[in-house]
Design a protein around this ligand. Structure first.
Ligand code: ADP
Ligand code: MG
Length: 312
């Protein structure tokens, strides 16, 4: 069978949650279009309430879309729902641990649910890959939050799906565990697994993802390779350390400014329109004496702000 060009394809997906009691109807997705190239690590970014989880839950078959089409691994989720679900592993945003199972039992049960024959299961390898070998027979309720999260990832992979979807996988996970998780995810990707993740850690997305879609108010406002998304803005930051630390970023006409740590602030300018010289002139014009400056390439935070007008 030919492999699909896109691991996930969504066209015109709309989701309207029905009114409930005093809560009015809510349009969570508004004609969302998205193509996730096979083999990518694809980041789905957007402010809270943008519709990321709704989209993932539609793919997972947990939420019913109002309109539009979605296919997973070339399989339409309406026409071939079962086949589509077999192609993905989903780690939902909300942790739902089976408190009466041990991690080993939990994985075995999940494998049974997917119809994976006993001799094809890789329970021990999964436990080892996610650093859970020594907890294999502990009760899930005795695991830390980070361990539970990793168990959820292992559960999502029991049927060796070609696509792994992680909804805010690092929320509440400490730095070490986060690194382990990313190492595992990167290794899966090297083996050919397409990864889709949502995260609020913009720097992490910038580092990990080769493709990024930014979702705002239920629509995709940008979707491109990470490098081109960053290039698109063509902005630079000048970080100014003043003689006297400031408590608020100064207002400078024509520039975006933001407070940094230790009384410093950043000034963002467009490389095609102004220069560092002009930035420094504006800073001096505001009566600020400059002790030190540094320049920075734009990061996703800047891209995000300029596209959505909201902080992540
Ligand atoms: P994100 O994951 O990007 O934070 P969500 O998909 O969770 O966004 O939410 C998108 C919008 O839909 C939000 O306004 C949220 O309040 C609303 N929403 C999410 N789930 C439900 C639900 N079950 N019923 C009604 N509204 C919902
Ligand atoms: Mg969410």
């Amino acid at each position: 069978m030919d492999l699909p060009d896109y691991a996930i394809e969504a066209h015109g997906v709309t989701k309207i949650y029905a009114a409930k009691g005093v809560a009015p109807a809510k349009t969570a997705l508004n004609r969302l279009d998205l193509k996730v190239p096979r083999g990518s690590i694809f980041g789905l970014l957007g402010p809270n309430g943008a519709g990321k989880s709704t989209f993932i839950n539609i793919i997972a078959g947990l939420v019913r879309k109002t309109e539009g089409t979605v296919s997973v691994w070339g399989r339409d989720i309406d026409e071939r729902g079962r086949d589509a679900r077999a192609a993905i592993g989903v780690v939902p945003q909300e942790l739902a641990a089976d408190v009466f199972f041990t991690p080993r039992e939990s994985l075995e049960t999940q494998a049974g649910y997917y119809g994976v024959p006993k001799h094809e299961r890789h329970t021990d390898a999964l436990l080892a890959a996610l650093g859970l070998s020594d907890k294999a027979n502990a009760y899930v309720r005795q695991l830390s939050g980070g361990m539970k999260r990793r168990l959820m990832v292992a559960k999502a992979m029991v049927h060796s799906p070609p696509v792994l979807i992680l909804d805010e996988p690092t929320a509440g996970v400490d730095v070490d565990l986060r690194r382990q998780l990313w190492a595992y995810v990167s290794e899966l990707n090297r083996q050919g697994v397409t990864i889709v993740l949502t995260t609020h850690y913009l720097e992490e997305a910038q580092e990990l993802c080769d493709q990024i879609a930014i979702v705002n108010h239920g629509s995709v406002v940008a979707c491109e390779p990470t490098a081109s998304l960053l290039r698109r803005l063509d902005t630079r930051n000048v970080v100014v350390t003043p003689d006297m630390p400031v408590t608020a970023a100064p207002l400078l006409a024509g520039f975006e400014t933001r407070l940094r740590a230790a009384g410093a602030f950043s000034v963002t300018y467009r490389t095609g329109q102004s220069s560092v010289e002009q930035v420094l002139a504006a800073v001096r014009g505001a009566g600020i004496h400059i002790k030190d400056i540094a320049t920075e390439d734009p990061n996703l935070e800047d891209v995000f702000l300029s596209l959505t007008g909201a902080p992540a």
